[in-house]
Design a protein around this ligand. Structure first.
Ligand code: FAD
Length: 409
């Protein structure tokens, strides 16, 4: 079934669970391809579908309104002919009966299921009772955090990953006193290595952040509200608020007992059909598909991946040719600078860097043992990112890339 006529004659009921970028873009892709069957979307949050990246950027900016950025216009919902149920959390899947149950006890039958439930922020166990301890994954988190930002307050950020770093940058713009605590010797060292991690660490320090690395959190201090963070080396950091940025986990708890293959995300084929479950698809942060560029399953928590998955899922559902997966790509905005990463640097070693965070431009390239580029980080130079993308995609040797791009003309 691959022609527009066939899509138009398709009367299957599609149920999408998760109303964020992967879910919403899947609906748009299906309708864009002419699919006329019923589409329903279940979204746990009560907000109209909105985009997640602005949560740690514009939504925390003092000059902004603090409102989420919608993924759709109101009128798009009517135009798409989709039933959008917000504040409806899926709590159970029965794949044999093809039914999803939501937290109000109602059952939702489907012919085709798309699971796009994303990921949930990891929390520090035993801190649930403490006010002032935050994670940053959704619009409500951002609103709560925003209300805590004021000049002179002391924030401790646990984890110097993308979310912790973006929060630190946003909080410095409010003149909050920020300390970032990172277990590794340098931020993002597990992805980018120590040398580049140290550069990113300097970016924090240039903006007045106290960066403490190679140290972990022993416990949070406070009775009802957090007052301090005690570190593994005995230091105690006073804290008005704490942001826990220690990663996210695929939101699959509701699928317990369904029999779906779940480990680090939902195992699926390159087509995003869940392995062994015809008619069930996974997309976005929750999916761990076979990645045809890498020949092994890869789960990716980046916006463009979720966006690209929508086109793949829609094509798979409609039995159209599935688009080739793109190289992994992520951006992060920190202190007015854009950091961009293409490919998977962690699959290689750092082979060269040019520039520095102080100069406002940095490129770091990574290659496998055969010298072929596998990834790159670029700061402040979007054109360089394009060149790196082309080189990684084209399996260029790092020495050729360096010569062609940097040789004096
Ligand atoms: C604060 C923040 C900043 C980010 N910044 C960047 C960035 O700068 N660059 C970048 O590349 N990526 C960024 N990302 C990552 C990017 O936003 C995600 O990769 C993308 O949102 C994943 O989309 P998704 O639709 O798969 O999942 P999500 O966006 O996580 O959405 C999943 C949705 O499913 C809902 N849901 C979960 N469980 C259920 C259930 N049981 N029933 C019904 N609904 C459910 C959730 O409420 C959620 O709205 C950021 C993420 C966050 C959180």
């Amino acid at each position: 079934m691959s022609s527009p006529e066939a899509a138009a004659a398709d009367t299957r009921r599609v149920l999408v669970v998760g109303a964020s970028v992967a879910g919403v873009r899947t609906v748009q892709a299906l309708r864009g391809a002419g699919f006329t069957g019923t589409i329903s979307v279940l979204g746990a949050e009560t907000h109209f579908p909105y985009d997640k990246p602005p949560i740690s950027k514009g939504m925390l900016a003092a000059e902004g309104t603090g409102e989420p950025v919608p993924l759709l216009a109101d009128e798009d919902v009517a135009q798409l002919g989709v039933e959008l149920r917000l504040g409806a959390s899926a709590v159970r899947l029965d794949p044999a009966q093809k039914v999803v149950t939501t937290d109000d006890g109602s059952n939702h039958a489907y012919d085709v299921l798309v699971i796009a439930t994303g990921a949930s922020a990891r929390r520090l166990p035993g801190t649930e009772h403490l006010a002032g301890v935050h994670t940053l994954r959704n619009a409500d988190d951002a609103a709560r955090l925003r209300s805590e930002l004021a000049p002179g307050r002391q924030a401790v950020v646990i984890g110097a990953g993308f979310i912790g770093a973006e929060f630190a940058a946003a909080a410095r713009a409010w003149d909050v006193d920020v300390t970032v605590v990172e277990a590794q010797q340098n931020p993002l060292a597990h992805l980018l290595g120590d040398r580049v991690g140290a550069e990113l660490g300097r970016l924090h320090e240039m903006h007045g952040v106290h960066l403490l690395t190679g140290v972990t959190t022993e416990r949070l201090v406070g009775e009802d509200r957090v007052t301090a963070v005690e570190l593994s080396d005995g230091r105690v950091l006073p804290a008005d608020l704490v942001v826990v940025g220690i990663g996210a986990e695929p939101a699959t708890a509701w699928l317990e007992g369904s029999g779906l293959p779940i480990g680090n995300g939902i195992d699926c084929e390159a087509s995003l059909e869940v392995t062994g479950f015809p008619g069930v698809y996974a997309a976005g942060d929750v999916a761990r598909p076979m990645h045809s560029l890498y020949g092994e399953p890869v789960r990716i928590e980046h916006w463009t991946n979720a966006n690209d998955h929508a086109a793949i899922v829609a094509s798979s559902i409609l039995c159209s040719p599935v688009p080739r997966p793109a190289l992994p790509y992520v951006w992060s905005d920190q202190y007015g600078q854009r950091i961009q990463i293409i490919g998977l640097p962690s699959r290689g070693e750092l082979v060269f860097t040019r520039g520095s965070v102080e100069s406002g431009e940095l490129v770091a390239a990574y290659a496998g043992s055969d010298g072929v580029l596998v990834g790159a980080l670029v700061l402040g130079n979007p054109r360089m990112l394009m060149k790196c993308r082309k080189a990684v995609m084209g399996s260029v040797h790092h020495a050729d890339f360096e010569r062609d791009v940097f040789a004096p003309s």
